[in-house]
Write a protein of this length. Sequence first.
Length: 323
Amino acid sequence: MSVLVYIEQAEGKFKKSGFEAVSYAKAIADAQGTHLTAISIGNVGEGDLKELGKYGASKVLNVSTDQLKSFVNQAYASVIVDAATKENADIVVLSNSFSGKGLAPRIAVKLKAGLIDGAVTLPQLEDGKFSVKKTAFSGKAFAITEITAANKVIALNPNAFGVKESPVEVAIEDFAPEVKATDFAAIVKEIVRATDKVSLPDAELVVSAGRGLKGPENWGMIEELAELLGAATACSKPVSDADWRPHSEHVGQTGITVSPNLYLAIGISGAIQHLAGISSSKVIVVINKDPEAPFFKVADYGIVGDAFEVVPQLIEALKAHKG
């Protein structure tokens, strides 16, 4: 038996969440006393493939057929299952990202495997039991879930484990499984990326703002603060609904779920739907002029003050520090 990890790529480059998944899968493989194989689907350069050895993958299956250049949920799931069968892998690991949330259940069904999505810790092996801590109730709680099936699929929450180096010699092997035409019944025609910005799902730092900013014309200071911190920008649902900011920045239960090391919320009251999308953040800092704002109840640090006074001071302090 072995461990297989799927590594996401975007435009030929691996994502940080992918390296995190490799690190996590390597720790599982070590605990199981077995080896780790990674699978990459899409056109990725040999140098990037070899880099996976730095995080513990002793073998990389490289799938680079033309029909799989772009992400296709069902087809990718079939390829990953074929790889798991080829490598005799009883544990499959992937990131619990937007695409991972679609892949994980499909892989689990095809392998007749137990599924844990939203994992935040390594599996615990006690008395023959295999259990994992995961998020539950839209991130408002945690659950300890036990898998009794022989095969297991684990989708790791981004930023839950971290990227950890564990260098090994890596062998790259071309892998070209046959994919059925039915797997392409639904395809992605186009993906439009904001390539000039930090990817929100992968961001370690997030600066988010809400209706307290009063209008889209005031977002300049949010973007400046984010740029100084090297952070991604985000917003609450009412802001995206009002078209102040693009829907791709909407964080919350019906938007993007994030789990950064730092989440800075400015002018956001903290409705439960918003909290569901950010509750896995390691440190939450809230700036709001309303001392009764619900967000303060979950914040690690809070500033009661007007965003139009506090944020410019933060910007100047950061500039002075960088200077």
